[in-house]
Write a protein that binds this ligand. Sequence first.
Ligand SMILES: Cc1ncc(C[n+]2csc(CCOP(=O)(O)OP(=O)(O)O)c2C)c(N)n1
Length: 632
Amino acid sequence: MDLTKMKNPQFLKELNTEELEVLAAEIRQFLIEKLSVTGGHLGANLGVVELTLALHKQFNSPEDKLIFDVGHQSYIHKMLTGRTDQFDTLRKYKGLCGFPKMNESEHDVWETGHSSTSLSAAMGMAIARDMKNEKHAVVPIIGDGALTGGMALEALNHIGHEKKNLTVILNDNEMSIAGNVGALHNALGRMRSAGKYNRVKDELELLLKRIPAVGGKIAQTAERVKDSMKYFMVPGMLFEEFGFTYFGPVDGHDFKDLEENIAYAKKTDGPVLVHVITQKGKGYMPAESDKKDKWHGVGPYKIDSGEKIKPANAAPAWSQVVSDTLEKVAEKDNRLAVITPAMILGSKLDKFQERYPDRLFDVGIAEQHATTLSAGLATQGMKPFLAIYSTFLQRAYDQLVHDVCRQNLNVAFGIDRAGLVGADGETHQGVFDIAFLRHLPNMVVMMPKDENECQHMVNTAIEYNNGPIAVRFPRGNGLGVAMDQNLSTIPIGSWDVLQKGTDAVILTFGTTIEMSLAASAVLAKQGIHVEVINARFIKPLDEDILHERMQHDIPILTVEEAVLKGGFGSAILEFAEEHNYHSPIRRMGIPDRYIEHGDVDQLLEEIHLTKEQIMIEINGLLTGGNEKQKRA
Ligand SMILES: Cc1ncc(C[n+]2csc(CCOP(=O)(O)OP(=O)(O)O)c2C)c(N)n1
């Protein structure tokens, strides 16, 4: 069928199993083709084609609330709800978002990007429904990876207690991004292999009915056997103990099995959990056979071979540089332990894991636990390095404040994907970490100008013995600079003058250095000599440099790819105020709003974080004019 004609999922109610199977095949083909050009979350979506069709057939969206955890697997939902024709623009500037988005469709009732929020959101919606005397269903769809997140477990605890009507769909593909980990994962494995719950339960009940329930030694033993047999044989016991009615395991690629179980679940009062087994990457051989990540998130690829299309001669990824440095440090320092919250592949720690399996801890999607666990390691004189994306570190703010910084523990943070990340959009931009780290007592925050400085910063972070320290680095690849063979340490709080000049100073770091140097070069040709300083320590500041420049009232421009409010520029303003300096100061950075998806260059243009704007600001500083371009 013409998939672009799908405007409302109601049409699914008329389709029989054969027709659904044909549609599922067409949707898979469409996704494989479209994503080969745009890139996106292929593996997870291929795994939930039948499940999404079955859910939209059984429920009535948007009255019934379908809530996709993480949201990266909502592509089929987007197609069924009238957005198929927008897939050429997937994750592109002003195009279709890769995650649910309320302003795209009334069927997107919850926005996500971060994991493990669906159960809490669903519980809120269920309570609201009951308070308003409404009747609709609330259906969170959560992966086995997302279920390992602390929030999800907090929500399970509450849901089981409240007994509201809620249909939880557990999409179990045994994968997080890499293979899922943890005791819960193992428990799900036992449920998967235990066979059908209903069948086993029925047989068990029949058997138990024949055993007298009271009186006599035999009966007492039988009771005990009954209990232990239940745990042994009934796959969903864990969830039943939490107060859920368990259905499953259900074959997530079999429409009959799906529809039968979802229909039962709908009729069941109280919280229900439908355990659906799916295969990530289903229907696309290269994804199915990839042992590592089943094509979780991909860039463009060749459909026939599955070969990834990558820009030629790319410099090493920043994450790779960090991971390689960790290997080098591990050779000389056996106190080093590396922690990752479910991002082994994104943080490129797979090689480190192979080499040091006992010093790499994948804790699942558990950023809070990862942070406090690192603090615990540090109390015992170990050297924890927590590799974590900027956006996900947001989850662990209290653990940073209360456990790490307050106790001034030697925890090193490798903050990946710092700055704008592009296609993943507003839920993933790593733009808040400076603001939420800078104000924490004891914290040191740095950012390298290139991958060579990066390796020395990683080494500095691990060698540092005075408390917490973070090195933040951007998404993507480095600049391709030569790497020193030996690791050294960088004096804490030291900046580096990259370009001399006496008319004004640009204080900047990381990704905005290049545009600052370029602006300075153009201005030099106009007779304006602007100093460019690599302010590689965001905290502590290089106070010698600042005193020297501010004593001479030199105009200062700060440039950062992070939020302006509470950012590095704010630190410079605070310094001037604290010391009663009167240097004219202007700041460039990310305005006070969420930045959506698109190429990073397009986003920088949109928010006027460009070489041209730097020149405008410097001219404004020097003329004292008020021609500041209005920022978006
Ligand atoms: C708080 C948080 N940490 C990490 C991530 C990165 N992440 C995105 S999807 C994913 C795995 C999710 O696994 P699962 O829920 O099983 O879904 P699947 O992709 O297997 O369908 C991870 C770790 C995230 N989105 N949010």
